[in-house]
Design a protein around this ligand. Sequence first.
Ligand SMILES: [Fe+2]
Length: 196
Amino acid sequence: MEMSNLQDLLVDNLKDLYSAEQQLLKALPKVAKKVENEQLRSAIELHLKETQEQARRLEQIFQKFGEKPTGKKCKGMEGLIEENKELMSEDADPDVMDAGLIVGSQKIEHYEIAGYGSAVTFAKLLGDEESARLLAQTLDEEERTDKKLTEIAESSINLEAAEGAGGMEEEGEMRTRSSGRSRSSGGRGKSSSRRR
Ligand SMILES: [Fe+2]
């Protein structure tokens, strides 16, 4: 593909993002199925819906350009999804699996935030306000998803994963902040699960 100006670079970047979204549309349902934490699952399911809309926005932009969004494979996203697949095939404690899948999901969000952030900047520089607005909407969704994942990790999943390894010293204090699922609220005490 010819790459002689910023518009070409924007188109190339958007094709990459379109491929990334298409790959995610296939991958996210598998991740949602694998996670145990309800809050995490509904966050992933919501993001799946957002991802459909994000792909549609890109199609809208390409229509305006008189081009097709297809023809490029996002290798970055392919790699990130592959890493999540590898993790999902491990025999892991469910809390640890959830914590790991949050890491993988946040890597994906950060990748997309970088791509959409640049795309918004390029569209603005090119005076393409309509594309900039559509891309900024997606950027906002990716950033909110990233924040929500951090909140879910910090409020419950990381604590539960740490508990399994006896890694929590201030359990009483931390537990009051946890809004995790009920099965973890009583059963596994620190003393019984402590390795030694
Ligand atoms: Fe996305």
